[in-house]
Design a binder for this molecule. Structure first.
Ligand SMILES: Nc1ncnc2c1ncn2[C@@H]1O[C@H](COP(=O)(O)OP(=O)(O)OP(=O)(O)O)[C@@H](O)[C@H]1O
Ligand SMILES: [Mg+2]
Length: 262
């Protein structure tokens, strides 16, 4: 699906909410054709990290985001998508009152100047990846199951033909069957050269389905490396369980909890 090899390179990324720094200087890299995961306990900053990379300005405090030769550090969310970096946020956010096809067309907005044939081809690739969506092409997305809605959300992100695809807990709350369908689709995309950056609640699943992994703790990367190696390291599981008594070098954040306001 993607053309030339490229890489998403994030440096010193900071983001937060008011005085609370949720992402406190993160460096990470994802190359095309590579599948990478981000794990960490609740509140570690995973979602904020993806949002900040996606160009959501709210709370972004600094750092660099590059995609290939493009500097996206100050780019708006649509400009980030246009550059080839798509984000599937948590909770399959789709347009419930639009049908499947219309939902997918929304995703092709940044490619609207490329012409109908390209849009059609992108849609055919989505239907090839998730054949059930072809069956439901003219059905309101609100009537689909949670898993099918997640397929629509991923399909929508794919309509812009991303070189790098970020997903926040793409299989959260879904059945084993649907989870498998989605993970297999991500594998196919990776094999087609798309870079995948996936947040997953399940460390086990993340390490099984990606080749590299970043372990987040209190807004920082506490550990990273090949998934096969991290899978053998008990510290990874301790960090994610929140029983990291030995410490990992990630500093605690001053004001790590949102300030109580009257
Ligand atoms: N809109 C917001 N306003 C204020 N604080 C927020 C907001 N969103 C997140 N936070 C706080 O920022 C920190 C990081 O949250 P974030 O959602 O990025 O974590 P996460 O790793 O994705 O957690 P989870 O595993 O629960 O999804 C948490 O302390 C959280 O309470
Ligand atoms: Mg989250």
């Amino acid at each position: 699906m993607s053309a030339e090899p490229t890489a998403l390179v994030v440096g010193g990324l900071r983001a937060g909410y008011g005085s609370m720094e949720a992402v406190a200087g993160i460096d990470l890299e994802v190359r095309s054709g590579e599948s990478v995961s981000v794990v960490g306990r609740n509140g570690a900053g995973k979602t904020t990290c993806l949002l900040a990379i996606a160009g959501v300005r709210h709370g972004r405090n600094g750092g660099t985001v590059r995609l290939g030769t493009r500097d996206l550090s100050k780019a708006s969310p649509p400009a980030v998508v246009e550059a080839g970096l798509s984000h599937v946020p948590e909770g399959h956010r789709i347009f419930r009152h639009l049908d499947v096809r219309e939902n997918l067309l929304v995703g092709s907005y940044v490619r609207r100047r490329d012409g109908q044939a390209k849009v059609r081809a992108a849609m055919d690739r989505v239907f090839d990846l998730f054949p059930i969506l072809k069956t439901y092409e003219h059905r309101n997305a609100g009537f689909l199951s949670g898993g099918e809605q997640q397929m629509v959300a991923i399909g929508q992100a794919l309509m812009s033909e991303p070189r790098i695809l970020m997903l926040d807990e793409p299989t959260s709350g879904l059945s084993i069957m649907v989870t498998r369908t989605i993970l297999e689709a991500l594998d196919r995309l990776r094999d087609d050269g798309v870079g995948i950056l996936m947040v997953d609640q399940s460390v086990q699943r993340a390490l099984e389905h990606t080749s590299r992994c970043y372990v987040m703790e209190q807004g920082q990367i506490a550990m990273s490396g090949p998934s096969a190696e991290l899978a053998k390291d008990e510290r990874v599981f301790a960090i994610v369980r929140g029983t990291d008594e030995a410490g990992t070098g990630a500093r605690s954040l001053a004001g790590g909890e949102p300030a109580a306001s009257g």
